[in-house]
Write a protein of this length. Structure first.
Length: 446
């Protein structure tokens, strides 16, 4: 009789233990590290997550906002974070938002999206075309925000599995405003171990990612110079100091910086894209304004180029008796550093993307002379920037970014969201596996 009473008790205990066992097999766990990327991709492709991102992206596409004016965009992001119960800091750098998922304690890892649009008129006719004349999301930053919110939604569901904190960085003004610099200078990277950023690409197929370790995008700077002489009658040149001739020689001399002074294996660019001076056929003007951009793949080459541009303009102007003043900050344009991918994070990326997409779908991208303000982050902490392909030839050709015909293939959204979520969560899980086993006695308490 006495032992009979024990049977239901034992059964209850077994049920309790088995439910404990189910609970102790979380979505994110160290033992199943290799499965996490494909689990996130499957989750992100589920209609409720995919459609959520499509709706966000279309809402943003209809209402594009320029750098540091992303007020509605920022508000939409904060509303979504509120709905998910994700705490955040706002405002940072005018419209920037940083959300926090996880324990709130170190280690911290960040994933980033840019929010701004371009001042251009959309030429694509579709249901969700830009409703703001002269403004368009023509670089895919609407998709970047949607992907980061999609990742946030998935990660927040599994926040209790995270040992550490994932930071969601929504930054303003990537397109020339240096929003990343302002976010960095506001201190958002304090205690952050690594940051990941992505860009949609019209060069690679859907399901393919492209990247490389080391420098991936160039550092860029701008210059503007005023070449001053003495205007006068075009038929009496001996009474003038001709700034048009001086500027022409300056432009030719500037071309020798890359062709004669730079290492041919160290890619650099100097382009004069602006030449303004003179209004009449028979008048030599007082002054000419020239301007352009310069690019390089290392900080040293960049500094050297800047110094030589200044010297060549000043000295060459002097050859023709002109004076020159040079401004390296025209229209408050910032120097963008070189975007450098950290070598350890490259290994981490190869593992995560390899498990999600297969190693054959990770392509090496050729470095380009374009630039990204993500570089302000990689200048400060280890960072990693990669491209996510969205080409599906059955859906027609995709025009490149900054084209008025630019389109996003929305099938890319789950890939970006899953990569964000996987890179950050496995980074934290991996991080702890390399830490001393402080919690070895944890299971004894059960
Ligand atoms: Zn762009
Ligand atoms: Zn962009």
């Amino acid at each position: 009789m006495g032992s009979f009473k024990w049977v239901p008790l034992l059964l209850n205990l077994c049920m309790l233990l088995s439910s404990k066992l189910i609970l102790s097999d979380p979505f994110l766990n160290k033992q199943g590290l290799a499965d996490i990327p494909s689990k996130f991709l499957n989750l992100a492709k589920r209609p409720e997550i995919h459609e959520y991102m499509v709706n966000i992206r279309r809402a943003l596409h209809e209402n594009p906002e320029l750098g540091f004016e992303e007020f509605d965009t920022s508000k939409l992001i904060r509303n979504e974070l509120d709905k998910m119960g994700i705490p955040y800091k706002y405002p940072i750098a005018v419209t920037g938002v940083v959300g926090y998922i996880g324990s709130g304690n170190p280690p911290f890892v960040a994933i980033r999206a840019d929010m701004d649009a371009l001042s251009m008129q959309e030429a694509v006719e579709w249901e969700h075309k830009s409703r703001v004349p002269g403004k368009m999301h023509a670089c895919g930053h609407d998709a970047h925000v949607a992907m980061l919110l999609g990742a946030a939604k998935m990660l927040q569901e599994h926040r209790n599995d995270l040992e550490g904190t994932i930071m969601l960085v929504f930054q303003p003004a990537e397109e020339g405003g240096g929003g990343a610099k302002k976010m960095r200078d506001a201190g958002i990277l304090a205690n952050v171990d690594a940051i990941f950023g992505l860009h949609v690409s019209t060069l690679f197929p859907i399901g393919v990612v492209a990247t490389r370790p080391g420098p991936v995008l160039a550092g860029s700077g701008f210059f503007e110079a005023i070449i001053s002489g003495k205007g006068g009658h075009a038929a009496i040149p001996q009474h003038t100091i001709d700034p048009i001739l001086a500027s022409s020689n300056i432009i030719v001399s500037l071309q020798h910086l890359v062709s004669r002074e730079a290492d041919p294996l160290d890619s650099q660019v100097v382009t004069v894209a602006k030449f303004q001076g003179g209004h009449a056929f028979n008048v030599i003007p007082d002054s000419v304004t020239i301007g352009g951009t310069f690019r390089a793949f290392s900080k040293e080459s960049f500094i050297q180029l800047k110094q030589r541009i200044e010297e060549v303009i000043t000295l060459q102007a002097g050859v023709q008796r002109c004076n020159a003043t040079i401004n390296f900050d025209p229209d408050e344009k910032l120097f963008y550093p070189v975007t450098v991918n950290d070598k350890d994070l490259h290994e981490h990326f190869q593992n995560v993307a390899g498990h999600m997409l297969g190693k054959e779908n990770i392509k090496e991208v050729t470095p380009t002379m374009g630039s990204e303000d993500f570089s302000f982050f990689t200048e400060t902490i280890p960072g990693y920037f990669y491209f996510v392909g969205m080409v599906n030839e059955t859906q027609g050709r995709l025009e490149s970014g900054h084209s008025p015909y630019f389109r996003v293939n929305e099938d890319v959204l789950p890939y970006g969201a899953a990569l964000h979520a996987s890179l950050a969560s496995t980074y934290l899980l991996d991080y702890h596996s390399q830490m001393p086993k402080q919690k070895a006695s944890f299971h004894d308490e059960l």
